[in-house]
Design a protein around this ligand. Sequence first.
Ligand code: ZN
Length: 108
Amino acid sequence: MALFGIFGSHTVEMCPLNNKTSAMTMVQMAEKTADAENNHSNYGINKIIGRYHSALEHKFIWVVDAESAHQLEKFLIDIGSAKFNSSKIVPLINFEEIVRKGAAELQK
Ligand SMILES: [Zn+2]
């Protein structure tokens, strides 16, 4: 299990709320990623844990359990996200893990 955050953004002009082409791409993205919600996908995605969007900031974060950032990059291109979103893929750890590391530092 490796957690990644996909931090994305787009311009107001390219927002699916304002742009029919982006809206169509977004609906297709939902269809193309349905299998990755709960099942292992062809892109090494074990599970899409959550997808959250800030409509007025035109930013989003998706949290995924996946094998590699390179496969996620290909995933974002193939599903159409890269047509109107800039994205940054960041390795994540959960809060309990960072607390454990912090507690270990206190023991030194
Ligand atoms: Zn938007």
